[in-house]
Design a protein around this ligand. Structure first.
Ligand code: AHM
Ligand code: MG
Length: 330
């Protein structure tokens, strides 16, 4: 923390992206533009999230806002904002969103990238003023440019991601991302309307004091999960569960710990979505020195099926804890 506090304030996300682009001359600048687009949409969503209670935007469908546009639920609104920003930016040819069944073609048929996104995660927390987040994952397009993007562009597997990240709308708003060279965190300065570099090289502690799981599902968890959790309690680890994946993940990234969304009888492959929840957070955790598994298997090595919205169990966090869980699953 000492070191972090000593980091000079003043590097904006914009400047950071420019500097990185100069460092990696092979980067074409298009990925940089894409990250800018996501940051811009993030700022807009941040504004909406912040005034959600005031404008009665939460939960209220059908009313009109000041622009005379139909008022939307916050998650629908976030979806629209991200799609708009990625469409206007031009670099993204297609989007896979939790909010839409099919692939959204942006019309940028020569855009080199596709983006899988959960525009506003933590649905149960949206209406009650608890932290929520956006999760995104970026691939280079593999289908032929000049026509619509295809499912194969999104089904390349976790290791093919060129960038991934999340935005946390919390007590402060942060953007955390990786392009495969470590994990960098930016904090939003409201009055200036800018993200500033605040966490230059995020590393998750090897072990940590926190376990995060919905204990309400205890009786539905497989035996290896229950015995692992029992061990956590015997060691007097701390239980922390927001119920917003981004918030739980973000906390554990700094304190060290493990987040679990195990399979249950009702949800045999868990709840979280592989393409826009598990893969991006798994890339981030590996880049930060942690581990993510679905049980016995490493998340990033789990091949996707044909289902764009497929689910997977997720155990993610500090290397030592996750490896212990993984060993129990084997
Ligand atoms: P959502 O996409 O409907 O918001 O569901 C994902 C959320 C995660 O943010 C969170 O970790 C998890 O669901 C909580 O689920 P549960 O209420 O079953 O514990
Ligand atoms: Mg979600």
């Amino acid at each position: 923390t000492e070191e972090r506090l000593a980091t000079p304030v003043g590097t904006t996300l914009e400047r950071y992206i420019m500097r990185k682009q100069a460092e990696f001359p092979y980067a074409t600048g298009e990925l940089s533009q894409l990250l800018r687009d996501i940051a811009l949409a993030g700022k807009i969503v941040n504004r909406e999230v912040n005034r959600a209670g005031l404008s009665r935007i939460t939960g209220a469908m059908g009313g009109d806002n000041v622009q005379g546009e139909a008022q939307q639920k916050l998650d629908v609104e976030a979806n629209i904002r991200f799609i708009r920003a990625l469409t206007n930016g031009g670099e993204c040819c297609a989007i896979l969103s939790e909010e839409d069944e099919g692939i959204i073609q942006t019309g940028n048929q020569h855009g080199k990238y596709v983006v899988a996104i959960d525009p506003l995660d933590g649905s149960s927390n949206i209406d009650v003023n608890i932290s929520i987040g956006t999760i995104f994952s970026i691939y280079r397009r593999v289908s032929r440019p000049g026509g619509p993007a295809r499912a194969e562009d999104f089904l390349q597997g976790g290791r093919a991601q060129v960038a991934a990240g999340y935005i946390l709308y919390g007590s402060s708003t942060m953007l955390v991302y990786t392009t495969g060279h470590g994990v960098t965190g930016f904090t939003y300065e409201n009055s200036l309307g800018e993200f500033f570099l605040s966490h230059p090289d995020i590393r998750i502690p090897e072990r940590g004091p926190v376990f995060s799981v919905n204990e309400g599902n205890w009786f539905d968890y497989p035996e290896f999960v229950r015995s692992f959790l029992t061990t956590c309690k015997e060691r007097r680890l701390t239980g922390r569960y927001v119920g917003s994946l981004v918030a739980d993940y973000h906390r554990n990234l700094f304190t060290g710990g493990i987040y679990l969304y195990p399979p249950t009888a009702a949800k045999p492959v868990g709840k979280l979505r592989l393409l826009y929840e598990c893969y991006p957070l798994a890339l981030l955790i590996e880049q930060a020195g942690g581990v993510a598994v679905t049980g016995a298997d490493v998340v990033l090595d789990v091949p996707p099926t044909a289902d764009l919205h497929q689910r997977a169990p997720l155990f993610i966090g500090s290397a030592e804890l996750v490896r212990e869980l993984q060993a129990a699953a084997l």
